[in-house]
Write a protein that binds this ligand. Structure first.
Ligand code: KG4
Ligand code: ZN
Length: 337
């Protein structure tokens, strides 16, 4: 079964063709980072307009690169929740127009179910059940994955997402958008112990819950007191700030793996591309005896191959959406079981 995936929930317009939920025939992403960079974050109105401009060329490229005409596609999977509603509508309406014109079946995919599915496009995906740490620009949660689409959320951030902590921190330091990649790069030559940041959510009573907004405030206070450093000082500050985010993510993941008795852990979402997080979780896994699975960086950030992979399982189960399928800006991760 060949599934055409379409993703437009935030600032990436993406289309992909995936065969049998595992083989990527094409994976095209048009990023809007340049559009939003000078605002230090995504401007929803500009995102919608850029999706309108990009969606047809991206779709064409995905079908061409896959060597698959529309007639050889068996179903369409489109992100319909959560995200910026104007952005979601562009991909969704395009998908519905294709479904209406061709008669192809269509399913809506929750963006985070997409992120959870990216790892199944790799040669050695984790077995079920496993633990997943979802870390993106809008979400940070720990979930138990019992099967495709069968998830149980164990805990989530109470305030900012980890990606938001990176983006807002970078904005504060005048480093542009998206901030995660810049902080990741600058931190490589910095000393993570140079600047002290508070450890959040250390009490056992906080369970699997996380919190990142205090770190952002601590960074603000540091900058108010000392100004924005340059050169090595900036690298040290980035490394220390990043280390504080990573420390909490790793501590909470370790704890969840132990509590749930799970020996396989995947990380997904844009922040899973972070080199310090990848390294720290691998080290924790070696110490605590769990195996870590991470998609390649380009499949951590938004793409449509992951949406096609998630949609494959829904289509294969016989699920079909009607043409009244709507865009939902905020929706919990759907759970089958
Ligand atoms: O999954 P994603 O592409 O979009 C959402 O679903 O939100 O994640 C985007 C987030 C942004 O906050 C971005 O700064 C962060 O992922 N990110 C990173 C890195 N690459 C992207 N954060 C830390 N280190 C990175 N290398
Ligand atoms: Zn995402």
């Amino acid at each position: 079964m060949r599934v055409l995936g379409i993703e437009s929930s935030c600032d990436e317009t993406a289309a992909a063709v995936v065969e049998d939920g595992v083989r990527v025939l094409s994976d095209v992403v048009a990023s809007q980072h340049e559009v939003h960079a000078r605002y230090g974050g995504v401007v929803p109105e500009l995102a919608s307009r850029a999706h309108v401009v990009n969606v047809v060329p991206v779709l064409r490229a995905a079908l061409e690169r896959a060597g698959t005409p529309l007639e050889a596609i068996d179903g369409i999977a489109v992100t319909n929740a959560p995200g910026l509603v104007g952005a979601l509508l562009v991909g969704l309406q395009t998908a519905k127009a294709i479904a209406w014109a061709t008669g192809l079946p269509i399913v809506g995919v929750h963006h985070l179910e997409g992120h959870l599915s990216a790892i199944f496009l790799e040669p050695e995906p984790p077995p079920m059940p496993h633990l997943a740490l979802i870390v993106s620009g809008g979400h940070t949660s720990l979930v138990r994955v019992n099967g495709h689409g069968e998830v149980l959320e164990l805990g989530a951030t109470r305030d900012d997402a980890a990606g938001e902590a990176f983006d807002k921190g970078a904005k504060l330091l005048g480093l542009g958008y998206p901030g995660g990649v810049v902080i990741d790069r600058l931190a490589r030559t910095g000393d993570p112990k140079a600047v002290w940041f508070p450890k959040a959510m250390t009490s056992g009573a906080t369970g699997h819950a996380m919190s990142f907004s205090g770190l952002k405030t601590a960074l603000l206070h540091h900058v108010q007191q000392h100004g924005i450093p340059e050169g090595q000082g900036l690298a040290d500050l980035c490394a220390s700030y990043q280390a504080a985010i990573v420390e909490q993510l790793v501590r909470k993941t370790r704890r969840a793996a132990r509590r749930e008795g799970l020996q396989h852990v995947q990380i997904c979402g844009g922040v899973a591309a972070n080199s310090a997080l990848r390294a720290a979780l691998q080290k924790a896994g070696a110490e605590d005896d769990f195996r870590v699975y991470v998609p390649p960086p380009a499949r951590c950030t938004d793409n449509a191959a992951m949406i096609a992979a998630a949609g494959h399982h829904r289509l294969a189960r016989g699920e079909r959406a009607g043409l009244e399928l709507d865009a939902v800006p905020s929706a919990p991760l759907p759970r089958l079981a």
